[in-house]
Design a protein around this ligand. Structure first.
Ligand SMILES: Cc1ncc(COP(=O)(O)O)c(C=O)c1O
Length: 367
């Protein structure tokens, strides 16, 4: 049985009529750019997160880019983030002209090791950017405490964690801004590119609105040099429909993660765990194995499609040669990158597919 890593087509068919109705509203009114669909989605997503404001942009990358920019972070400044993340997190800092500093991860949850953050702080540090990777919230009590102590901003990269909660509060609402991606395979994904910034600060929300729209504060009035990175109306229409299902889909992911844990408990895989006090939304189900590459190939030969998030740590990418890591070399992240495998995970998985994955893992371990 074929097991796709994600299945966007099955999900589309389950909501096809609603999607068509919402797209038709956009198409038949011609409101393609910053139309009512964008505003409606922004309001709905802000309410969903429990934030006062949401500003839709064209990608998670641009959500992060603009968040860094509106805080006035630039050349001469440093921003601390985590060694184990998607490269866009770090790019947002570097593209603003600031210097990224990467802190290593906890072995237990693969997220920023908050105990190391103070070692990374210098007089130039302006912000901390924790990443709620794989759908699990970072240790926000610890991150916020160190940020408060040193007077630093916190920008949350919540691109993989729509709906995840830490001590009952939604990710993206702890720091001054939270950034989301709506890339198609995300827990809340559009049918193309999309992203958003959520915040409780009205002035920052307004600045993001200006920056996303060619720096325009009113028609042809441009106080700053901005970008064209608006959330498209068609994508907002899709997201509005899908947001209604997000909790249900996240619950399915949680149930599938529990099923994997049950079925794979007897293998030598290191299985991921949700920390106490969090609601993990299982964007990815990331296991570890000593013979990761062999396992990946064996599963793929049986049409079980897995991923690696991420095979080369940011610090080892040519683009970031010489980047400062804390501790030097970020050894936990480096070790982890060689051992990780993301098993198929999406809300349209079936029990049979989980069984197929589990049997293939057992068979691999027997040879
Ligand atoms: C952790 C993280 N940060 C940032 C991004 C960037 O989002 P996007 O692909 O929408 O630009 C992604 C998604 O790919 C991500 O997973």
């Amino acid at each position: 049985m074929k097991v796709n890593f994600v299945d966007l087509v099955a999900q589309y068919h389950s909501i096809r009529d609603e999607i068509h109705a919402e797209l038709d509203k956009v198409l038949s009114t011609g409101a393609f750019v910053l139309g009512p669909a964008v505003q409606e989605f922004e309001q709905a997503f802000a309410a969903y997160c429990g934030a006062d404001h949401c500003v839709g942009v064209n990608s998670g990358t641009d959500a992060l880019n603009l968040a860094v920019r509106v805080l006035g972070i630039g050349p001469g400044d440093e921003v601390i983030t985590v060694a184990n993340t998607f490269i866009a997190t770090v790019n947002a800092i570097a593209l603003a002209g600031a210097t990224p500093v990467l802190v290593d991860i906890n072995e237990s949850d693969y997220l920023i090791n908050a105990l190391l953050i103070e070692q990374a702080i210098t007089p130039r540090t302006k912000a901390i950017m924790p990443v709620h990777l794989y759908g699990q919230p970072a240790d926000m009590d610890a991150v916020m405490a160190v940020a408060r102590k040193h007077g630093l901003h916190v920008i949350e990269d919540a691109c993989q964690a729509h709906g995840a909660r830490y001590k009952g509060k939604a990710v993206g609402t702890f720091g001054v801004m939270g950034c989301f991606s709506f890339y198609p395979g995300k827990n809340l994904g559009s049918y193309g590119e999309g992203g958003a910034v959520v915040t409780n600060d009205p002035a920052l929300a307004e600045q993001i609105r200006v920056y996303r729209n060619v720096g325009q504060a009113a028609k042809y009035v441009h106080p700053v040099v901005g970008f064209n990175t608006r959330l498209h109306s068609m994508q907002a229409a899709v997201l509005k429909v899908k947001l209604k299902y997000l909790n249900e889909w996240n619950a399915k992911r949680r149930a599938f993660a529990a099923r994997y844990a049950e079925r794979l408990a007897g293998t030598s895989l290191v299985l991921p765990k949700a920390n106490p006090d969090v609601e993990h939304v299982w964007h990815l189900y990331v296991v570890q194995h000593d013979r990761r590459d062999d396992m990946l190939k064996t599963l793929q030969d049986q049409q079980i499609y897995c991923g690696i998030h991420y095979p080369v740590p940011v610090a080892n990418q040519t683009a970031y040669t010489g980047i400062r890591t804390v501790p030097a070399g970020a050894p936990a992240s480096a070790r982890f990158a060689k051992r990780i495998l993301s098993l198929p995970m999406h809300p349209d998985l079936t029990e049979e597919q989980i069984e197929t994955v589990a049997k293939a893992v057992y068979a691999f371990e027997r040879v």
